[in-house]
Structures are given as C-alpha cells and as structure tokens.
Design a protein around this ligand. Structure first.
Ligand code: DAH
Length: 341
C-alpha cells in the first residue's frame, strides 16, 4: 500500500519531467519545490515513515530514499542545463569584446604648490639651510612682539589677523619661526621656514590661507650683498637664467634696512606688458638685515652677529610660473584645474 504511494510519486515525476522547459530556471525550480520542497511530495513520503510499524520502516525507508536520490539527481541536471542556458542567453544578448583595453586608472599629479615648495626646500637644503616648519598657531610674542612689531601696528588689527584667543592667533606670516629658531639655536645658522599663513583677506590675488617661506641667516659679518646674491640664485632656480632682480627700499619692523625684491616680469621679460602693468617688474617678497632689537629679543648679541632674513609667498610663485589668474584656484580642488599640471 505504502510502496504504491512511492511508486505513484515516481511515476508522476517521470511523467512530468519531459514536459518541463529545461531552458527555464523558473520552471525547473518550480519542479524542485513540488517534489523536494518543505511540502513536496517526496518530502511528504519521508514524513509518513514515522507512522509505520517498526518492521516496515527499513524497507520503506530504503525505497523512499532511492526515490529522493533519483529525483534530486534529475533536478540537479535540469538546474545545471537551465543555468547554462541562462548564461548563454545573457552572453548572446550583450556581446563582450574581451580584446578591448580596460578602463585605465587615472594617474594623479603633484599639486603646483607642492612642487614649488619641494623645489624651494631642495634649493636651500643644498645650500646648507635647515628646514623648520614652525607652527600654525602663534602667540603675540612670536607673531608680533619679538619681531619688533609695535602694539599699534596695523597688522595686529582684528581686521587682518584671525585671533583664536587673547594674544593667540593663526600666524599671519612665517617670520615667527625665526624667533623660535633663534631662541633654541646658537649662531651661526641658516634656515628656511615654509608653511601656511592666515589673514583676513580675500580677492583674486589674496586668500585667507596661503603659503610663505621665510629664510634666515645669522653669523658674524653677514652682509646685504650676500642676501642679494642668494636671492638672485634662487630666482634663477625658479624662473630661469635670464631673470633679473632689483631691491627697492622698504620697511619691515623686523629688518633694518628693509627691501622689497622685484623680479623682471616673467611674462614679457622686462619690456612691459599687461601683467606687470607696463613696468617690466613684479614684486615677489620682502627682505632685509635682521634688526638688532630682534636679536636682543632672542638673546643673540647684535654687536657680534649680523644676519639677513627674507620672506615670500609660494602661491604667488606658483601663479607666476603657470600664469594662474586667481589664487583661489590653487585650493579649489577643481579637477579641471588640477589636471593641467
Ligand atoms: N613677513 C613678511 C610678510 O609677511 C615678509 C618678510 C619681509 C619676511 C621681510 C622677512 C623679511 O623675513 O625680512 O609680508
């Protein structure tokens, strides 16, 4: 009686199998559920085993397990055929040309400001200058007072300086690193201090954050002509052999005498153009002989030592080199801009 049940399920399965569309994963899956699923007919047969008298169970169990193995094997074959068919259909629908080159990984490039900074460090390191990065946050002493900058100096105004607390600020220039250096080193020494500086200022040529590089040389008998020589070499490095320099008298509280350094216009070579406003010259940085008061503030004897200092903007150098019209582009992170370098 029970074996009849087994053989009738088997017959049913054998009758149904040929009519199932072996190209359809769904149809084969439905067949699997119908026989082997939780409520499938083979599964139901297995459940009946518990209801049988003990002596009938071994024979019944053997038959029903054989049926289960048979059904499983058939369905597995059918599933494999259907999967393969599905894959073939997919490949036929969308032709894949495996000989085509893949998508390249776009190569990055160094940022123009980074390049300028590296080149500057490289140039001065070769001349024996130490590199001190200093710190972005300074106190009044380092940013102003020790640099001989009087309390009523305009740069101390809230309009120009980002104050973080009373007498604590984002540095407005890298000159403060000179003071840290002189406080902790004994002359002779030469150092540069590249880094970010911050000012309440923003237009096409001014940004609230930009980069400067400070330089300082202290020894006995240091002269202004040595300063001129080094800066001339430095400009040759940046802008090529033909570039000329000139020094105009100026004022900075921490140098005496002070000068502004110009380079011959890098666009017209000095004949005068729109970019140099017809003058043939472009202003690039400040410099001078270290003021004796600055030495005194750092515990260095101004009778024994002399020195020179200079400071210039890295953004400006990068802008001149690549004819970049707006300083903001350098920090815009715009791929259309950056991909040009
Ligand atoms: N600190 C000045 C500025 O931010 C630049 C400068 C001028 C630095 C003259 C110097 C110097 O060391 O001697 O405009």
């Amino acid at each position: 009686m029970i074996n009849e049940a087994i053989s009738s399920v088997q017959k049913e399965f054998e009758a149904e199998l040929p009519s199932v569309d072996l190209n359809s994963l769904e149809a084969v899956n439905a067949l699997r559920v119908k026989y082997l699923g939780k409520k499938g007919s083979v599964t139901e047969l297995l459940k009946q085993m518990g209801k049988l008298p003990a002596e009938e169970r071994p024979a019944y169990g053997k038959d029903v397990n054989e049926l289960k193995e048979f059904v499983s094997a058939q369905i597995e074959n059918a599933l494999a055929a259907a999967s393969e068919h599905a894959l073939e259909a997919k490949l036929a629908a969308g032709f894949v040309d495996i000989s085509l080159p893949g998508d390249g990984i776009p190569a990055g490039s160094t940022h123009p400001l980074y390049d300028v900074r590296e080149e500057i460090i490289d140039f001065f390191a070769h001349m024996g200058f130490a590199v001190d990065l200093g710190r972005d946050i300074e106190t009044d002493w380092y940013n102003f007072e020790a640099l001989n900058t009087p309390p009523d100096h305009p740069s101390r105004d809230m309009q120009d300086t980002f104050y973080l607390a009373d007498k604590v600020m984002l540095r407005t220039h890298t000159s403060g690193t000179q003071i840290h250096y002189m406080e902790t080193h004994k002359p002779p020494f030469r150092m540069i201090a590249p880094g970010h500086v911050f000012r309440v200022d923003s237009d096409a040529t001014h940004a609230p954050m930009f980069q400067q590089c400070e330089g300082l040389v202290v020894d006995e008998n240091i002269s202004f002509s040595q300063l001129k020589g080094i800066l001339q070499l430095f400009m040759n490095q940046l802008f090529g052999e033909g570039v000329k320099t000139r020094f105009r008298p100026s004022f900075f509280p921490f140098t005496e005498p002070s000068a502004e350094m110009d380079v011959s216009c890098v666009f017209c070579g000095g004949t005068g153009c729109r970019r140099c406003k017809g003058t043939g010259w472009m202003e690039l940085g400040g410099c001078g002989s270290v003021d004796p008061n600055v030495f005194k503030n750092c515990g260095i004897d101004p009778e024994k030592y002399t020195g020179f200092a200079f400071g210039f903007g890295l953004d400006r150098i990068a802008m001149l080199r690549h004819a970049i019209p707006e300083i903001g582009l350098l920090t815009s992170n715009d791929q259309r801009f950056l991909n040009q370098f």
